[in-house]
Design a protein around this ligand. Structure first.
Ligand SMILES: Nc1ncnc2c1ncn2[C@@H]1O[C@H](COP(=O)(O)OP(=O)(O)O)[C@@H](O)[C@H]1O
Ligand SMILES: [Mg+2]
Length: 368
């Protein structure tokens, strides 16, 4: 691949998020991930400029305009609980006309709203857990028929935020308590759905116009004490000192019969496409009582830490970390079908940048 000038953009805002020493989700972790990606890209021969964005939007735009990167590597994650801002950076970068890794703004925004995503998937005929409902008040609990157990979570969070040992409820009374807690503590509606007891898989996807499903990863809850529900709670994901973290592991590649693996991969891919995901993603799935794969969550721009999640699945397909990053960049540089590219920042001496001139020359072409 040609040597590129890559702008690595990350969220450098540091206030408002509690930092616990035993908590791997802190912003120090994000910076470590960002440095690793920068180092890996430089080793591949690319020129990397790290661009933090905290609150100085205009300064950020000036730097981007001066740099004229070939591609923006988007590591702009929300760092404040309750914020749903991931989509903003993606929109901004595309408005400026730069190619960008990962999913477009619409997919990033949509998938942070779990009920909207679930509704869209159901509408597209993609299986989701039954009894999926959004609850804005405790009273709304009475407007539905429930078949327990039900899992309750914050409807606009990610990364296990708001999920704990009490998130799986067996009665209306406990459901009400959990809904109240979420509405009050997280200032957003609760999402409730039937708790699926079956095997849980993470499905990694990478690629642009042609997407590839990576080997499946299975969550292993067999070592968990019976008092803790088998879910990827906040503690299981991030709190190294917790029983959840210590007794939950991941089997990758998962040991799955080929026909089931094929079904899981196909549902995951359909879900990622349905939400408009691109570049790289991870779909969280679980089997229902009849062993049918259902989609729990579509993660656009999932964590790119080495050795876990997407990178681990890639590794088990023989794709090194560096190769994975390279595939993500290659996908970003592919032309997107049906996407008109009209940058709002013409630059350079003659007004139009070279890239802009090239791209507007292609407007109206049909890409397939
Ligand atoms: N309907 C469900 N049935 C069973 N487990 C679920 C269900 N929904 C969520 N979970 C569990 O909770 C975890 C987190 O849910 P998910 O929707 O992926 O949110 P997050 O954004 O926090 O990852 C899942 O990995 C799974 O273990
Ligand atoms: Mg998830």
């Amino acid at each position: 691949m040609k040597r590129l000038h890559i702008a690595l953009v990350y969220n450098a805002y540091t206030e408002g998020t509690p930092e616990l020493p035993e908590d791997r989700a802190g912003s120090e972790d994000l910076r470590t991930q960002m440095r690793l990606i920068a180092r890996t890209l430089r080793r591949l021969g690319h020129t990397v400029t790290v661009l933090p964005l905290a609150l100085d939007l205009f300064g950020f735009q000036r730097r981007m305009r001066r740099l004229q990167p070939d591609v923006v590597f988007n590591l702009y994650d929300d760092v404040v609980h309750g914020a749903i801002y991931d989509m903003r950076l993606a929109a901004l970068v595309r408005m400026m006309g730069f190619p960008m890794t990962g999913s477009p703004a619409l997919a990033l925004g949509l998938t942070r709203y779990k009920f909207m995503t679930a509704s869209l998937l159901a509408g597209a005929g993609i299986p989701i857990p039954p009894n999926t409902a959004i609850l804005e008040t405790v009273r709304a609990v009475d407007q539905h028929k429930w078949q327990f157990p039900i899992i309750v979570q914050a409807s606009q969070e990610h990364a296990g935020i708001g999920l704990d040992r009490h998130s799986v409820v067996h009665s209306k009374k406990d459901l009400r308590l959990k809904v109240r807690e979420i509405v009050q503590n997280y200032n957003q509606p609760a999402l409730a759905q039937r708790f699926l007891p079956g095997r849980e898989f993470n499905v990694g996807i990478v690629g642009g116009n042609r997407m590839r499903v990576l080997p499946l990863a299975e969550m292993d809850y067999t070592e968990l004490p019976a008092s803790i529900p088998p879910i990827m709670s906040y503690a299981a994901k991030w709190v190294e000192t917790s029983a959840e973290y210590q007794h939950t592991s991941v089997i990758c590649p998962a040991n799955v019969e080929p026909e089931l693996a094929r079904q899981i991969s196909s549902v995951a891919l359909r879900a990622f496409r349905a939400v408009g995901g691109r570049g790289y993603g991870r779909v969280d799935m679980r089997l229902d009582e009849a062993d049918r794969p259902c989609v729990l969550e579509v993660n656009c721009n999932p964590c790119l830490d080495q050795g876990i999640g997407l990178a681990r699945s890639a590794e088990s397909a023989g794709i090194s970390y560096a190769q994975l990053l390279q595939m993500i960049i290659r996908a970003a540089l592919e032309r997107t079908p049906y996407d008109l590219d009209i940058p709002m920042f013409p630059t350079g001496p003659g007004g139009l940048s070279k890239r802009l001139a090239r791209e507007t020359a292609g407007v109206g072409e049909v890409h397939g």
